[in-house]
Write a new protein. Structure first.
Lengths: 98, 565
């Protein structure tokens, strides 16, 4: 008697390709390393930012002080004093020409 | 049994831990969150810069400079270090070498307090801070704030007011523009919140929260820098020359109500206001009332002309001698009388009896209504903080003698700004204008212009022309004619008002004033000059009038006005 093997179609087993898992793991590893590297690099920038901020504040302050000094030197009282030292005097008489 | 006991023990122990966890994680959650945030976050308050104040031409009248507050950290230093620190700081902070010991003692007292943080000195300049920082001293630090800076020094002090502290130690404006426009000038502080590391440095990839500071709005004034300077110099000279106790002047554009200059002496330095008596802070031009004397006559005359009860040619038939009224005798200032004088001559001679005649012609009802229409009894609403105004006495309380004396400016009190505003109405065709110091309020988005405001028409244009002519003749032919600049038509009136002292008038104490506008045909300015108790001469014609004309001459040159005559 011929034993006919019962036709049992091979079950298609969908196995997830290993390569994608490896790719994902490597990507995560790269990202993790990158994050650590960025954190390490950026962490010192706080000090730089602080010193730049301080420099900016100092420059703004210098600017304000210079503006104030300029305003004081341009005051009419100051101009009157300086101009009299230079020999300028008040108008005594005016000739009107028609 | 023993195992049972152990089980119970472990259960109880477990319940205690659970309870404790519940306490810290639920009951005290908020507290711990705040503590955590304080450790991780740094809050920096950004002070808003106070708005600047500019003259009409854009030059600076008030701005802010950085100022530093020095503080100490008593817990950081040992007693010996504190002593050394006090002396090092005192050498820099003391005004002169004789005060070093006293300064060091004050600093040491502050540092010896049992506190973490103590204020040591406020208002330090950047230079001083740099000197101290260069010494790298332990146990001190600086807080940054702003201090008001006035490039013109004590000029315009009464206009500006000053910036002091409020009850919480913050900045606040008092008096003048700083007080009136406090809301616009102060701005809103901001906040910068960022994550910090163990050293207190910002973590760039951490969280940042910012609320930007809104700087205060700037003010552009109507004040003309040259006119303000000219008025102040002339008043300073006059104060000394005439030996007066006080002097003040205000210049206004009669067509718009724009205040071009306002000055008063004695004044103070708004940057160091605390070194001056508090009496000086009040602006006499808006806050002090005085009896105007003969300068008031032009307003009474204008009212009578407007009502058509008199003309310049009307003859006064009671001016032959003193007038007896209600038990009082009304005389002229020089005891000279002009029988059958015209009202034009009444103004020229500043004749009190002629004004009594005019007042009687007008009548109390109309007189009182013109007082109200000219703005007396109400504040002028000028944009300065310290304005005050005396109410008019109720009409039903006026006696005949009150009407008579008020007709020549005695027995009635008003402020200089009210006087200038009223005479301004004579100069601009009869319109009472609201006076304004500020022209524009400026912020980042743009500017808001303060437009001229007409309050009401008080007299007809034709009346304004007539009274102007009368005032021109008063200047050309009156007591002050000797000081008048030649060739210019100036409308004005002198005033010599006695000062009431303890129920009677002191004959030797006067308010000498002059009010006027020019050129009379197209006035560019109306001005009041006032001296309080001049000692060289009590008369306005010999003190206030010359100062008025001195300022007017400068203004004619400034405005390029040539003499017409």
């Amino acid at each position: 008697m011929t034993i006919i093997k019962k036709f049992d179609p091979e079950q298609y087993s969908a196995k997830f390709p290993k390569k994608y898992i490896i790719l994902a793991a490597v990507s995560l590893l790269i990202l993790a390393i990158a994050q650590i590297w960025v954190n390490n690099t950026v962490v010192s920038y706080g000090a730089k930012l602080s010193s730049i901020d301080k420099l900016k504040d100092n420059l703004e302050m210098e600017n304000t002080l210079l503006e104030s000094e300029l305003a004081a030197r341009l005051s009419l009282a100051s101009i009157a004093t300086e101009s009299s030292k230079l020999g300028f005097s008040k108008i005594e008489s005016i000739q009107y020409i028609r | 049994m023993r195992i049972y006991i152990v089980k119970i023990f472990f259960l109880l122990f477990f319940l205690c831990i659970l309870a404790r966890l519940f306490y810290w994680q639920v009951v005290r959650a908020d507290f711990l969150q705040v503590r955590g945030e304080n450790q991780h976050f740094k809050d920096t308050f950004v002070e808003a810069e106070r708005g600047k104040i500019f003259f009409q031409d854009g030059s600076t009248l008030a701005s802010s400079n950085p100022a530093f507050s020095l503080y100490g950290l008593p817990k950081v230093s040992s007693p010996e270090e504190k002593l050394k620190l006090s002396y090092i700081l005192a050498k820099i902070l003391a005004d002169d070498s004789s005060q070093i010991d006293a300064e060091a003692k004050d600093l040491l007292n502050s540092l010896q307090q049992d506190l973490y943080w103590v204020p040591l000195k406020k208002g330090l300049e950047a230079q001083t801070r740099r000197k101290i920082e260069d010494l790298n001293l332990k146990g001190i630090g600086f807080d940054l704030s702003n201090a008001r800076f006035y490039p013109e020094g004590s000029s315009s002090a009464h206009l500006l007011g000053f910036v002091g502290s409020d009850s919480k130690g913050g900045q606040k404006g008092y008096f003048g523009l700083e007080g009136f426009y406090e809301g616009e000038l102060k701005g809103l502080p901001g906040l910068l919140r960022h994550e910090k590391d163990a050293l207190g440095l910002p973590i760039l990839i951490g969280k940042f929260f910012t609320s930007e500071a809104q700087n205060g709005k700037d003010l552009m004034l109507n004040i003309d820098r040259f006119i303000q300077f000219t008025v102040e110099e002339a008043l300073k000279r006059g104060l000394e020359k005439y030996g007066a106790k006080a002097a003040s002047a205000v210049v206004m554009d009669p067509k718009t109500g724009a205040i071009l200059a306002l000055a008063s002496f004695p004044n103070y330095d708004p940057a160091k206001y605390f070194n001056f008596p508090s009496d000086y802070y009040k602006n006499p031009i808006v806050a002090d009332t005085y009896e105007p004397g003969s300068t008031f006559k032009v307003l009474v005359m204008a009212a009578a002309l407007n009502e058509d009860v008199v003309t310049p040619e009307t003859v006064c038939d009671i001016c032959g001698g003193p007038i007896s009224l209600g038990g009082f005798s009304i005389r002229t200032w020089n005891n000279k009388y002009y029988p059958e004088t015209t009202l034009q001559d009444v103004i020229i001679h500043s004749d009190n009896t002629g004004m009594v005649f005019t007042g009687m012609k007008l009548g109390l009802d109309k007189f009182y209504s013109y007082l109200e229409n000219f703005g007396f009894g109400d504040p002028s609403d000028i944009d300065l903080q310290d304005e005050s105004s005396l109410d008019l006495r109720p009409k039903n309380k006026w006696r005949d003698i009150d009407l008579a004396t008020a007709s020549f400016g005695q027995g009635i009190a008003l402020t200089p700004i009210q006087m200038v505003r009223a005479v301004g109405a004579l100069a601009n065709g009869g319109y009472l204008m609201e006076p304004h110091v500020a022209q524009k309020i400026i912020d980042e988005k743009g500017s808001f212009e303060i437009k001229p405001k007409v309050i009401r028409q008080v007299i007809k244009e034709s009346t304004a022309k007539i009274i102007t002519e009368m005032m021109v003749k008063a200047v050309d032919e009156g007591e002050a004619k000797w000081a008048k600049p030649k060739g210019f038509k100036i409308a004005g009136k002198t005033g010599t008002a006695q000062i009431p002292v303890a129920g009677h008038y002191d004959p030797n104490k006067t308010i000498a004033s002059f009010v006027g506008f020019a050129p009379s045909d197209n006035p560019k300015f109306v001005m009041l000059v006032r001296y309080d108790q001049p000692s060289s001469s009590i008369f306005g014609s010999e003190t206030a009038a010359p100062t008025f004309f001195e300022i007017a001459k400068e203004l004619f040159i400034y405005y390029k006005i040539a003499p017409g005559e």
